[in-house]
Design a protein around this ligand. Structure first.
Ligand SMILES: [Zn+2]
Length: 248
C-alpha cells in the first residue's frame, strides 16, 4: 500500500503541519492517470473506494465525498450539533459531466449577442468550467444554503459564525472569501463553500503542476479558458487559510 504524504506550504501555512491533519493523498494506488482523472472530475464516485456516500442524515440528497473529507465532516457536524448548529450538505463531489450540465445550462441561457468571453465571465462568477471545479475532488462541500444573504441573519448567521470560529479545527476553510481589499482572484464570495484543506491543498498543488489548457476541452466556451486564465485566476484563486491548529 502506497500512501503518499505531502508537506505543502503554498501560502496556507508558515510552519510544518503539527496536527493529526497530515497532508495525505487519498489513494492506495497513486498513479498519474488516476490523479489526473480525479483532478478533472473523471471519476465514478459511486464505484471508487476513495469516495464514500454521505449518510442521508447529513445531506439533502445522494452525495459522495472523498473519504477523509467525509470523516472530518462527520466530526465537524457532531461538534456543531452539540452547539445547536445543524450542518447539512447541499453538494459534494461532482463529476466533469455533472459540472458540464450546470455550465452548459447557464451557457444556453446567456444572451446570444454576447461575445463568448463575456458569457464565460458571467457564469464564472459562481460556477466553474467543467474540469476546473474543486467539487471534482470530493474535498469541497456546499453547506445549508447557496445564498450569501442567508448567512447574514438569524439561523444562517449563527451557522456561519460557528463555521468561521470552528471549521478550521476540523480542516475546513472557506476558500471563496470576499475579494474586497484582497488580491484574491476568481469566483465571488461563497459563504457556503468549504474546502477540506488537508487533502484539497494537495490537489490544488497537483492541479497547478499537471493540468493545462489542452485538458480543458469538450464543453461550450472551452476555447476562452486560456484568455480568462481560468487555471491561474479561478482554480488557484483561493483564499489563504490559516488554521489555528496549524499555526500553533
Ligand atoms: Zn461549492
Amino acid at each position: 500500500m502506497l500512501v503518499v504524504c505531502l508537506v505543502i506550504c503554498f501560502g496556507i501555512c508558515h510552519h510544518p503541519p503539527v496536527t493529526n491533519y497530515s497532508l495525505v493523498l487519498p489513494t492506495t494506488n497513486i498513479d498519474t492517470v488516476y490523479l489526473r482523472n480525479v483532478l478533472l472530475g473523471n471519476v465514478d464516485y459511486a464505484h471508487d473506494s476513495n469516495f464514500v456516500r454521505v449518510d442521508p442524515k447529513y445531506a439533502y440528497r445522494s452525495i459522495y465525498l472523498e473519504r477523509n473529507t467525509y470523516n472530518a465532516f462527520v466530526d465537524m457536524h457532531n461538534a456543531a450539533a452539540a452547539d445547536g448548529v445543524d450542518l447539512k450538505i447541499l453538494s459534494g463531489a461532482r463529476s466533469f459531466e455533472y459540472q458540464k450540465r450546470i455550465w452548459e445550462h447557464k451557457w444556453a441561457l446567456s444572451k446570444d449577442n454576447q461575445p463568448d468571453i463575456q458569457k464565460a465571465t458571467d457564469i464564472l462568477r459562481y460556477s466553474a468550467m467543467p474540469g476546473t471545479s474543486r467539487h471534482h475532488w470530493g474535498t469541497d462541500i456546499d453547506i445549508n444554503s447557496l445564498s450569501n444573504a442567508y448567512f447574514e441573519r438569524g439561523r444562517g448567521l449563527k451557522e456561519y459564525t460557528w463555521l468561521l470560529e470552528n471549521a478550521g479545527r476540523f480542516g475546513f476553510c472557506q476558500v471563496y472569501t470576499s475579494k474586497e481589499n484582497t488580491n484574491r482572484t476568481g469566483y465571488e464570495m461563497e459563504r457556503w463553500h468549504w474546502s477540506y484543506l488537508p487533502v484539497a491543498a494537495a490537489y490544488t498543488n497537483h492541479y497547478a503542476r499537471m493540468i493545462g489548457y489542452k485538458d480543458l476541452v469538450g464543453f461550450s466556451g472551452s476555447h476562452v479558458a486560456p484568455d480568462l486564465q481560468v487555471v491561474e485566476r479561478y482554480v488557484l484563486g483561493v483564499a489563504e487559510c490559516n488554521f489555528p491548529l496549524l499555526l500553533k
